[in-house]
Write a protein that binds this ligand. Structure first.
Ligand code: NAI
Length: 550
């Protein structure tokens, strides 16, 4: 909390300044808030205890989510203190899977605005709208158009909860200070009939425009950001697959932008693949990969994986020949006429098939990756076929929320008779099977994007590159202790997430300096340098440096 010119009730109404029951007597006097708060001075621990008690009285995670959002509206420090006190418990509440329900009900549970809402009807005036944001030094905008939220499809303005939640994770998981973060919903309408007819829906009541019109709007937004917030990195989140890939291609060489679904998912999945090969005693380039789903997450991962394979010494063509994809219309193969340009490198010469098990039988992949949004798509036959072909089949069921996972860990371990190496996109409890305990890891990009964010923030990086995501994936993989890896855990424990992300951010920051992309001088010790930038959820002494208004 910074010293401020605000005083009196203004302090209590500003969540970044409010300490509620923790103001000292000296602060109450200096700030003119004597009598406006209870006449006590509580410790932060005691405040946290009250929050925990109130949370324990809530019956559902959605109620806990609403409570925490409300806490954030009043006391930012206490909110982050709560979430950072037990990340394994709170990440599933402030983010996946609870956020999915919060999105579906966004217009109904809405309390007050957070972040910005920019409608396509403001075209020509985007810069003026951005200038309304009270913070002038914005370093990250997380932006969605609600086009493909989680595995929920087009939910329009209800997707506004996603950038809000994502940016909270920058702070909670990697310590990026919250005042630099701006959640943004670009409203270009929705094709979701249910919401278009919901009186409490909070977006434009019109269907989506043509791609051309949408991209012209996004162009204006991206250019306006460069002017209004020149130090800002734009994080694209939850656009439809084609928009995600095309918009990334459109801006990545010119501006500081990245797409978390394309690059963050790829980084975290790569981490899991690296650790799976450690368990198998192989190398990434020895494996053969079959994706179920060829959208933004699938193609993004395939591209990053191929870059990592090339780094292991094979040609790009050879790398691509090890990656196969299967989508809603069957196997991607060279005679298919319905493929996008970015899917073509993975459409090999192969007989057409719409049967995933048949594709497994003929391609003989060592790893299957579910990024299809289709819950249960890795059925018993799929897992049994993979287990027949492989000693240790690698099964990554990445779609979320929970009901959309292609299979559960219990199914993977049971159907493979304990042979599968498994991770999901959401958190699952440990599984006991045949006298063994398996620890299913969560391949969620929240291990990656906050660390990338911290590295970009600390180094003031000019660009975000694929190499940064490969390095982040490698750094995450390196942090799983071997005793946990042996139990099948492919990712670091969430309870220690801040430390894991500091180490990851330090490795990425080193790469930023090595690549000449930093805008500041190189520090001597990268971990110390990152730690210096980490936000701590602690109150500042507000009695110092207070300027009372006349
Ligand atoms: P997308 O909409 O761009 O792509 C979905 C793909 O799945 C398309 O290629 C589609 O043809 C295919 N598909 C749909 N139904 C299918 C079926 N019945 N059989 C075979 N293929 C089918 O979506 P995107 O962005 O690629 O995301 C996909 C999933 O990955 C979502 O559920 C999302 O939540 C999840 N995801 C997980 C992340 C993680 O960190 N674990 C991060 C990003 C996305």
């Amino acid at each position: 909390m910074a010293s401020t010119a605000k005083h009196g009730v203004e302090i209590l109404r500003d969540p970044s300044l409010n300490k509620s029951t923790a103001f000292t007597e000296a602060e109450k006097q200096a700030l003119d808030i004597v009598g406006l708060v209870p006449d006590v001075t509580e410790t932060e621990e005691l405040q946290l205890r009250r929050v925990m008690m109130q949370l324990s009285e809530k019956n559902t995670d959605l109620e806990r989510y609403i409570y925490l959002v409300n806490l954030l509206d009043h006391n930012e420090t206490l909110f982050y203190r709560t979430v950072m006190s037990d990340p394994a418990r709170f990440l599933p509440i402030v983010y996946d899977p609870t956020i999915a329900e919060a999105c579906l009900k966004f217009g109904h549970i809405y309390r007050q605005p957070r972040g910005m809402y920019l409608s396509i009807t403001r075209r020509g005036k985007v810069k003026e709208v951005l200038k309304n944001w009270p913070e002038k030094d914005v370093r990250f905008i997380c932006v969605t158009d609600g086009g493909r939220i989680l595995g929920l499809g087009d939910i329009g303005a209800n997707g506004a909860a996603i950038p809000i939640g994502k940016l909270q994770l920058y702070t909670a998981c990697a310590g990026v200070p919250p005042q630099y973060l701006l959640p943004m919903y670009l409203d270009a309408g929705t094709n979701n009939e249910q919401y278009l007819h919901d009186p409490l829906y909070l977006g434009l009541r019109r269907t989506r425009p043509s791609t051309e019109e949408l991209y012209a709007f996004v162009d204006e937004f991206v250019e306006a950001v460069q002017e209004v917030f020149p130090k800002c990195c734009i994080h694209f989140e939850d656009w439809t697959g084609a928009d995600a890939v095309h918009l990334l291609q459109r801006y990545r060489d010119q501006y500081c932008v990245y797409n978390d679904d394309v690059q963050g998912t790829a980084g975290i999945t790569l981490a899991g693949m690296i650790n799976a090969t450690k368990l198998k005693g192989t190398k990434l380039k020895d494996e053969k990969y079959l994706f179920l789903g060829a959208g933004s997450a699938g193609v993004g991962l395939a591209n990053l994986l191929c870059s990592a394979l090339v780094a292991q010494g094979i040609s790009l063509k050879e790398a691509q020949s090890r990656v196969f994809m299967f989508d809603i219309n069957g196997l991607l193969e060279s005679t298919r006429k319905d493929l996008a340009d970015f899917q073509r490198p993975y459409a090999h010469q192969h007989a057409p098939t719409r049967d995933f098990v048949e594709a497994i039988e003929s391609i003989k992949p060592t790893t299957i990756i579910g990024v299809s949004t289709v819950g249960g798509a890795f059925n018993q036959k799929v897992i049994e076929t993979m287990s027949r072909i492989n000693e240790r089949p690698v099964v990554l069921a990445l779609s979320n929320p929970t009901e959309h996972a292609e299979c559960t860990p219990e199914q993977a371990y049971t159907w493979s008779k304990g042979k599968a190496i498994y991770a999901a996109g959401v958190q699952f409890a440990p599984i006991h099977y045949n006298g063994q305990t398996f620890l299913p890891g969560q391949a969620n990009n929240f291990y990656i994007f906050p660390a990338i964010g911290m590295a970009v923030f600390a180094t003031r990086a000019k660009r975000v590159t694929d190499e940064m995501f490969i390095e982040a994936g490698q750094a995450v993989a390196d942090q799983v202790p071997s005793e946990l890896l042996k139990q099948g855990l492919l990712y670091p424990l969430q309870s220690n997430i801040l430390e894991a992300e500091i180490q990851t951010a330090a490795r990425v920051a080193k790469l930023v300096f090595d690549s000449g992309l930093a805008r500041i001088a190189r520090p001597a010790d990268m971990v110390v340098f990152i730690r210096q930038h980490v936000y701590k959820p602690e109150y500042a002494n507000e009695a110092q440096g207070v300027t009372k208004a006349a």
